[in-house]
Design a protein around this ligand. Structure first.
Ligand code: C2E
Ligand code: CA
Ligand code: CA
Ligand code: CA
Length: 280
């Protein structure tokens, strides 16, 4: 009798292992979000092209998975967007960023502005601008420290409503960065009125600099000078090489973000960087 029970138990636990193996990433993501314990933010610095000074950082989410290790956002953000988990995920990303900034404030470090990526579903939530303003004010974080990154495609087809939300965010003191610029569908025309404070030239144009393609140089030059003319801070994204860095000196580029200057790093590593910058 005993032996039979043990056999049954063994069999069952083997099935559990198998079942766990087959749990989809979506189920795991759902469970993680219910527990609320699996996300970490990494921070990638943006430096002034001219002075080399640290100017801001982009918050980039990672999923700290007990078995699979650190999962990059490309593997679970699109999944979250498809499966309706993007709103709770977005909430927890905000929680993480708020707690990291709070720590920097408590440790007496004057934090630099932090850029947060928004998904379309978050941006289009009713009352988004007010909710987000309440949230940062409750945490004692001035809105000037927060930059929201969004892509042109998020405003596609809903231009007027999108502008209204951007204006509301802007009026509440937040800043807006146009992410992945040059890859979307919008006309340059809308740059005139958009209440953005910075524009990030997409990495694909920067990569093309290495091949000395005249086209990409012309595009970077044109976007950068137009953006600066319109009063936007111009960021080059994904700068990986000395050659790219050197060539970007010829254009109206204000800030550099990329592996060449710094990779995304843990909040702890970024704390160290903040300390060295402020004592420098
Ligand atoms: P993104 O907003 O364009 O973020 C920049 C991505 O480029 C990051 O990838 C960053 O690690 C990477 N990167 C930076 N410098 C270089 C470089 O020199 N070379 C190369 N090859 N890559 C570089 P990451 O962290 O894997 O994020 C990928 C995308 O996932 C982001 O693209 C963004 O669209 C999305 N994402 C990341 N964090 C969040 C978040 O908190 N919320 C939302 N909604 N989306 C996020
Ligand atoms: Ca971004
Ligand atoms: Ca980008
Ligand atoms: Ca991107």
């Amino acid at each position: 009798k005993n032996e039979g029970r043990n056999t049954y138990r063994l069999h069952r636990s083997e099935m559990d292992v198998q079942a766990r193996h087959h749990l989809s990433l979506e189920t795991e993501l759902r469970d993680m979000l219910e527990r609320g314990d699996g996300l970490v933010m990494h921070y990638q610095p943006l430096f002034s092209r001219d002075s080399g000074q640290l100017k801001s950082a982009e918050a980039l989410v990672r999923w700290q998975h007990p078995v699979r290790g650190l999962i990059p956002p490309g593997e679970f953000i699109p999944l979250a967007e498809r499966s309706g988990l993007i709103l709770p995920l977005g909430e927890q990303i905000l929680d993480r960023v708020i707690s990291d900034i709070t720590r920097w404030q408590n440790e007496g470090q004057a934090p630099v502005p932090v850029a947060i990526n928004l998904s379309a579903a978050q941006f289009w939530q009713a009352g988004f601008a007010d909710d987000i303003a309440d949230r940062f004010s409750a945490a004692g974080i001035p809105p000037e420290l927060i930059i929201f990154e969004l892509t042109e495609s998020m405003l596609l087809n809903k231009h007027d409503q999108g502008m209204a939300i951007l204006t509301a965010l802007n009026e509440r003191g937040f800043r807006i960065a146009l992410d992945d610029f040059g890859t979307g569908y919008s006309s340059l025309n809308y740059l005139q009125n958009i209440p953005a404070h910075s524009l990030k030239i997409d990495r694909s144009f920067i990569v093309a600099l290495d091949n000395n393609t005249r086209g990409s140089r012309a595009i970077i030059a044109a976007i950068a000078s137009l953006a600066r003319e319109l009063g936007l801070i111009v960021v080059a994204e994904g700068v990986e090489t000395q050659k790219q860095w050197d060539q970007l000196g010829e254009y109206a580029i204000d800030l550099i973000q990329g592996f060449y200057t710094a990779r995304p790093m843990t909040a702890d590593a970024f704390t160290t960087l903040l300390n060295t910058q402020h004592s420098a």
